[in-house]
Design a protein around this ligand. Structure first.
Ligand SMILES: NC(=O)c1ccc[n+]([C@@H]2O[C@H](COP(=O)([O-])OP(=O)(O)OC[C@H]3O[C@@H](n4cnc5c(N)ncnc54)[C@H](OP(=O)(O)O)[C@@H]3O)[C@@H](O)[C@H]2O)c1
Length: 217
């Protein structure tokens, strides 16, 4: 599949590399490809994912059948503007971003919560996109290789489009997820996003980001 990963941070790079490893044709999107290619962290990562193409947010989204949104949460809507509404319309848009506000230091607060969510803002801004919130409740390494934790754990999907959630669930299963829980429509992304404060405390308490929720029932 032709897939765009909008975001060149550690999560975007990790997802892009894993998708390419699984045989997808992946373009990773950024504001300024030349500047991004010159970054030390990107330059160290790029040889490990030689099949991933670097392009602008617009180029990446235009070529894609399915799009991962993996940018700074505060920039998510701007990034989709740069990608172009027409390049997003009708496509499955996997929202991995979190609405974290670091302006008052660590731990961050949530800049939207309770009665709204970042995923809903994305869906409202792009009503024709088939938005699915997923993967944001775990570290990037766990997102793409959950089996490395040594036992089955849970991942959530939220969205209004059942076919889009099925397509995303299939991708998650190809990463190794074997407990994909459909929370319901896009408003259920609020719960996934509001888990982040607990995730951050768990990371501090456990001293590692390599953990995940297992929903036992
Ligand atoms: N890291 C993880 O393990 C992890 C786990 C769960 C969820 N997440 C979520 O995934 C998202 C990405 O996290 P990350 O750590 O990989 O990277 P990040 O530093 O949060 O985001 C980097 C990306 O955001 C873009 N960006 C930042 N400010 C921008 C602006 N003003 N306008 C346009 N684009 C802007 C950057 O664009 P350029 O490429 O142009 O620089 C870059 O592609 C976040 O929402 C995070 O909460 C991350």
């Amino acid at each position: 599949m032709d897939i765009a990963v909008l975001g060149t941070g550690s999560a975007g790079r990790t997802i892009a590399a894993r998708l390419a490893e699984l045989g997808h044709h992946v373009t990773i999107g950024t504001r300024d490809p030349e500047e991004t290619a010159a970054r030390e962290d990107f330059g160290e990562w790029a040889p490990s994912a030689p099949d991933v193409t670097l392009g602008t947010f617009e180029d990446a989204a235009a070529a894609a059948e399915l799009i991962f949104l993996v940018t700074n949460g505060g920039a998510a809507l701007d990034v989709l503007d740069l990608a172009g509404a027409g390049n997003v319309a009708g496509k499955v848009l996997v929202d991995v971003s979190n609405p974290l506000d670091f302006s008052r230091g660590f731990p961050p607060t949530l800049f939207v919560k309770d009665e709204d969510s970042l995923a809903e803002r994305v869906q409202r801004a792009h009503p024709d996109a088939r938005v699915v919130k997923s993967l944001s409740t775990m570290n990037a390494s766990v997102m793409v290789r959950p089996a490395d934790l040594g036992e089955s754990t849970s991942v959530f999907v939220s969205g209004n489009d059942a076919d889009a959630k099925a397509a995303v669930s299939a991708l998650l299963e190809s990463f190794g997820h074997d407990d994909v829980i459909d929370l319901g429509d896009i408003t259920t992304a609020r719960g996934a996003e509001m888990y982040l404060p607990l995730w951050l405390r768990l990371m501090g308490g456990l001293g590692t980001a390599s953990f995940n929720i297992k929903v036992v029932r």
